[in-house]
Design a protein around this ligand. Structure first.
Ligand code: SF4
Length: 68
C-alpha cells in the first residue's frame, strides 16, 4: 500500500550530473546552482539542516555550515 502520493513533481536543475568518481569540491551542486557563492560553495560541503519538521536540506545559504 502506498502511504503517500506525490502531488507535485520535483524541479530539476540544468546541467549534467557530475561523475560520482570525480565530484566537485564543496557543495556538489555548485557548478549547476543559480545561487552559487564563489569562494564559499566551491570550498565548503554543506551539512543537512532541518528546514521544517522532518524535512532537511543541505545548503550553505540555509545555515548548513559545519561549525568551522
Ligand atoms: S550550498 Fe546551496 S547555494 Fe551553494 S551551491 Fe550548494 S545548493 Fe547552491
Amino acid at each position: 500500500m502506498i502511504e503517500e502520493q506525490v502531488k507535485d513533481r520535483l524541479l530539476s536543475i540544468k546541467g549534467v550530473v557530475p561523475d560520482p568518481y570525480n565530484l566537485p569540491p564543496g557543495c556538489r551542486f555548485h557548478p549547476r546552482c543559480e545561487s552559487f557563492v564563489p569562494g564559499v560553495c566551491d570550498r565548503e560541503e554543506p551539512v543537512p539542516v532541518q528546514v521544517t519538521p522532518g524535512h532537511f536540506a543541505s545548503c550553505l545559504l540555509l545555515g548548513g555550515r559545519n561549525g568551522q
